[in-house]
Each structure stands twice: as structure tokens, then as C-alpha cells.
Design a binder for this molecule. Structure first.
Ligand code: NAP
Length: 327
């Protein structure tokens, strides 16, 4: 049976994916590569992984060796780390000539923020990115938020025998499934921003569009993609036809910030449950201000044809349940 190497198993997405692989693909041996040395018992006994290897993403030689010896590499560990993607690709390239090998890379829709406007307001002319439009996918480049690794993966697919798939989720909310309470990127940056400023901001009138999805909508799609990867010959489609955008609810950033403000207040992270309007330059460091200041619009016909659905609770409902649980 084809073997899987999973990077990111202790993260928000990875914690769900590993259990889905256990439940739905019990015949596929899974190796996990992670730096946390306290999870071995859980991973072997509960998640039923075949092999645990410890290390960090800067241990290039280990990653090359692992990618060389697994049929399918799934990277839900980092959408920013270019040397990591290069190491995975290098290992996959070293596999014997003619042998099928696959890389499923998780990127993010932060690539598709329309930075023509940074005033935090809705703009009707915002570009709507489609995973069904190969011309849109051809615009992916290293200047984009996750574009460095994306470019490595797209080039690998064009230049070698590696079959690649890239998944672009929008902002992910929900709880991790394993023993590590991983928040994932968006929930973490909201929390860090609240700690930095003492409140949750939004930029301008906050009518700019944010897109988000529940983590539980991701796992079934990853299984569908894995099924496609197992069946499909790489040569059947161009690299740009193996890119999938998965999103969910569109909401104004103000509404997202208000929901996080209530939840983080209930947890005692910030003194007020009210979100506050700021100018972009007052929103502090990191990527969140840039995201909040602009609109991000997406459509997913290609992912939907493969079976993508988002039927999970909305961000507000999810955070509200969480507030009630805390109170
Ligand atoms: N969450 C979102 O809103 C969102 C939206 C769009 C795209 N994405 C992308 O989707 C992917 C999964 O996201 P996520 O939210 O599940 O991420 P996450 O919760 O932050 O998980 C990241 C995982 O990668 C591991 N990792 C990070 N740096 C590492 C290093 N240097 N060495 C070894 N392991 C390392 C973490 O291990 P530790 O447990 O040891 O830290 C964790 O298992 C990421 O590529 C992310 O950028 C996320």
C-alpha cells in the first residue's frame, strides 16, 4: 500500500487529518514527522500511526530522506517555509525514475487578498479568485503571503515526475482534535493581536470581506484529494488544474473581530468584549492588520466538483458555543 508522510500532525489541521486517516484509510501506513516528543504514545496507540520521527523543519537531511522513502507527502505544517518545501521536493525527486510520487501541499488564501484597497472597507470591484480559472492560478508568485512554497511546489510539478496538489483554505476556526490545543494560524493571530493591543481591532469601518471555514470541513476534502491522488496519473491534468480553493462563510472583518473580542473577553484575555476600529497604521505588527485592511474573495468550483462542502457551524456560532462553555 502507498505510504504517507505527514508534516504538521500536532497542528489544528493535522490533528484532525491524522484521525481521519486512521478511520478512513487504515491500510495506508503513515509516518509523522514532528518536534514534540511528548506525543508518541498518543500517536502510536490512539492515532495508530506506523512510525514517529522527531525533528524540526530546518533538519533538511531528515526531511529529504523521509520524502525519498514515502509515496505521498502531505504538508500541513507550513505554508511559509520555502526550504521545507524545497527539501520535500528534493526527496521526492530522488525516488526511482518512473515511480509515482505525490505531494499534497496546504497553502492558504492569504495569497488572494486584494491589496489595491487597504482602508478596511468593502470594495465591490475586489478580484474574486477561482480555483477553476487556470489563469488565476498562474498568477501565484513568491510575493504572495504563501507564494514562496507554492512556487516551489508548482515548479516541481512542471519540472519533474512529482504529482502535486495545492489546497488553499481560507481562515480556519475550530478546536484541535488531539492532546495539543493548537489554535492554528488565524485563531492564534487574533489572540496575539488582542494581547498586543489589549483589544481586538478592525480596520476602518470593517466592512472588508473575510472568508473562513471550520476545520472539520477540511478533513473530508483532504480525504477526497487523497483518493484522487491515489487514482490519478499526474499527466492527466496541468499543474494549475491541481489547485483547490476551499473557503466558507464570507463576513465583514468587523463581525469577525466582534466575535473574537467577545470570546477572548470571556476567556479573560482582554478587558472589554467590544472590538475597536483603528487605522491600519495603529493595528500593530504581524500579518493580521494587512489581512484586515483588505478584501479577500474566492470561489471554489473545482473543489466543489471534487465534493467540497462546508456545512459546519459559522465562526460566530462556534465562538459563541465556546463562550458559553467558558462561562
Ligand atoms: N489556520 C488557518 O487559519 C490557516 C489558514 C490558511 C492556511 N493555513 C495553513 O494550513 C496549514 C495548517 O495550518 P494549521 O492552522 O493547522 O497550523 P498550526 O496549527 O500552526 O500547525 C502547524 C504544525 O506544523 C508544525 N511546525 C511548525 N513549525 C515547525 C518546525 N519548525 N518544525 C517542526 N514542526 C513545525 C507544528 O508543530 P508544533 O506543534 O511543534 O508547533 C504544527 O504541527 C499551515 O501551512 C498554515 O499556514 C492555515
Amino acid at each position: 500500500m502507498p505510504s504517507i508522510l505527514l508534516l504538521g500532525v500536532s497542528g489544528l489541521v493535522g490533528s484532525h487529518l491524522i484521525l481521519a486517516l486512521r478511520d478512513h484509510c487504515p491500510g495506508l501506513p503513515v509516518t509523522v514527522f514532528l518536534r514534540n516528543k511528548n506525543l508518541d504514545v498518543y500517536l502510536y496507540e490512539t492515532a495508530k500511526v506506523d512510525k514517529v520521527v522527531h525533528g524540526t523543519f530546518d533538519e533538511k537531511d531528515k526531511i529529504v530522506a523521509l520524502a525519498k522513502t514515502h509515496d505521498i507527502v502531505i504538508n500541513v505544517g507550513s505554508s511559509w517555509d520555502v526550504p521545507l518545501s524545497e527539501a520535500i521536493v528534493e526527496g521526492l525527486k530522488q525516488q526511482p525514475d518512473g515511480k509515482k510520487r505525490t505531494l499534497i501541499h496546504m497553502s492558504g488564501t492569504g495569497n488572494f487578498v486584494d491589496k489595491r484597497w487597504t482602508d478596511g472597507a468593502f470594495h465591490a470591484d475586489t478580484k474574486v479568485w477561482s480555483d477553476d480559472d487556470t489563469e488565476d492560478m498562474k498568477l501565484i508568485n513568491p510575493e504572495m503571503l504563501n507564494g514562496g512554497p507554492d512556487t516551489v511546489v508548482l515548479n516541481a510539478s512542471r519540472d519533474s515526475q512529482i504529482g502535486t496538489f495545492i489546497v488553499f483554505p481560507s481562515g480556519i476556526y475550530g478546536e484541535a482534535a488531539g492532546p495539543v490545543p493548537a489554535l492554528g494560524v488565524i485563531q492564534l493571530v487574533f489572540r496575539e493581536k488582542a494581547q498586543e493591543l489589549g483589544f481586538v481591532p478592525y480596520v476602518g469601518d470593517g466592512s472588508a470581506i473575510f472568508n473562513c471555514l471550520h476545520v472539520k470541513a477540511i478533513t473530508p476534502f483532504m480525504l477526497l484529494l487523497l483518493g484522487l491522488a491515489l487514482q490519478e496519473d499526474k499527466s492527466q491534468r496541468s499543474v494549475y488544474e491541481r489547485c483547490f480553493i476551499i473557503g466558507g462563510q464570507e463576513m465583514p472583518w468587523k463581525a469577525a473581530s466582534e466575535a473574537f473580542a467577545k470570546s477572548l473577553h470571556a476567556e479573560g484575555v482582554i478587558p472589554s468584549p467590544e472590538a475597536r476600529s483603528v487605522k491600519l497604521e495603529e493595528a500593530g505588527g504581524g500579518e493580521l492588520p494587512m489581512l484586515m485592511a483588505s478584501n479577500m474573495r474566492l470561489t471554489s468550483p473545482r473543489a466543489q466538483r471534487l465534493g467540497y462542502k462546508n456545512e459546519e457551524v459559522s465562526l460566530e456560532e462556534y465562538l459563541k458555543q465556546y463562550d458559553q462553555y467558558l462561562n
